[in-house]
Design a protein around this ligand. Structure first.
Ligand code: NAD
Ligand code: ZN
Ligand code: ZN
Length: 344
């Protein structure tokens, strides 16, 4: 086996990533080494590289938490996976397994959770070290490139829709039809929901329609709260905000039906004002949702294995990462870019 690999590093926040040749890591006790086949580029990677959030990653680091590949080496004591398995190395890289949150399957909020491509090096590299207890197990007939967006964008939008508790036949709004949202529309339709898609880009909305959304609203052209209320007869039972834009959050609360739930998953830095009277008097729930647990992961992947959900992907090489980030920041990525790694 060769000893060097290519990886893209964030060396300074807000600066272009630096491609470097570094040593391939060796799996220690309880770790596995994954040879990357594909890795999706999530808007979170952009937040990470810009140092957008209060808890910043330690520099330098390798982003990427939608990495899919083959286990090529295992450390001592590993029994959960074996060499040759196809796995994903997700945002929830590891957790303690013992705390009150882990015991309740709320492992993404474990105090000791590690995050792929953030507190641990991620998938913008030829090889990734992973914790075998937390890798995603990729169904046999799902290609790596198709599986990549599902292990973050897929699980997050699927879990977020579940968290709205909207029931079949009810309405959900998917606000933001990018990486997360284009999958969210498909999950929601597969779950028997009526879907109203909201974005600020007509191209994204045309795509939402092709994916089965029942109503499309351009938040730039019309009052999105009034439009959603009209289309849904008083507001959506569930609202999922994926847009990395603060304005979309306040609008999302306004689109929520009485006794409905507005789930926040987009993570733009900052805060948004909450109209207290409306939230209280209409008994609205505002809820955060952070990726999902391992069971959610298996379910999210199963929808794709059953042919009910398919990510729309644009393939790029790792060397294009800075251009991809630039386009993502400007809303110029149609759905999801997946970095493809060629065998060498
Ligand atoms: P993306 O860039 O692919 O998609 C964002 C979409 O939002 C685009 O289609 C854009 O046109 C649209 N948009 C922008 N402003 C809008 C507005 N005002 N109203 C409606 N739509 C608007 O991003 P992504 O990869 O889908 O990620 C979205 C956000 O979700 C990011 O902030 C990311 O960090 C976050 N995220 C959160 C979790 C979690 O666990 N909570 C997981 C993954 C990603
Ligand atoms: Zn992500
Ligand atoms: Zn824990």
């Amino acid at each position: 086996m060769k000893s060097k690999m290519q990886a893209a590093f964030v060396e300074a926040f807000g600066k272009p990533l630096v491609l470097k040749e570094v040593d391939i890591p060796t799996p220690g006790t309880g770790q596995v080494l994954v040879k990357t086949e594909a890795c999706g580029v999530c808007h979170t990677d952009l937040h990470a590289a810009n140092g957008d959030w209060p808890l910043k990653p330690t520099l330098p680091f390798i982003p990427g938490h939608e990495g899919i590949g083959i286990v090529t080496a295992i450390g001592t004591g590993v029994t959960a996976v074996k060499e040759g398995d196809r796995v994903g190395v997700p945002w929830l890289y590891s957790a303690c397994g013992h705390c009150e949150y882990c015991l309740a399957a709320h492992e993404p909020v474990c105090r000791e959770a590690q995050f792929g491509g953030y507190t641990k090096n991620g998938g913008f590299a030829d090889y990734i070290l992973a914790d075998p207890n937390y890798v995603a197990h990729i169904p046999a007939h799902l290609a790596a490139r198709d599986a990549a967006p599902l292990i973050c964008a897929g699980i997050t939008s699927y879990k977020g829709i579940k968290e709205t508790q909207a029931r079949p036949g009810e309405w959900v709004v998917i606000s933001g039809v990018g990486g997360l949202g284009h999958l969210g529309i498909q999950y929601a339709k597969a779950m028997g929901l009526h879907v109203c898609a909201v974005d600020i880009d007509d191209g994204k909305l045309a795509h939402a329609k092709r994916l089965g959304a029942d109503v499309m609203v351009n938040a730039k052209d019309e009052d999105p709260i009034a439009a959603v209320k009209k289309a849904t007869g008083g507001g959506a039972h569930g609202v999922l905000i994926t847009a990395p834009s603060l304005g979309a959050f306040k609008q999302g609360v306004g689109m929520t039906r009485k006794h409905g739930t507005c789930v926040l998953v987009g993570l733009p830095p900052g805060e948004f004002p909450t109209p207290l009277f409306d939230v209280v008097a209409n008994c609205i729930t505002i809820k955060g949702s952070f990726v999902g647990n391992r069971r959610d992961m298996a379910e999210a992947l199963a929808f794709a294995a059953d042919g009910k959900v398919k990510a729309d992907i644009e393939l790029q090489p790792l060397s294009a990462i800075n251009d991809v980030f630039h386009r993502l920041a400007h809303g110029d990525v149609p759905s999801r870019v997946v970095l493809e790694f060629t065998s060498h």
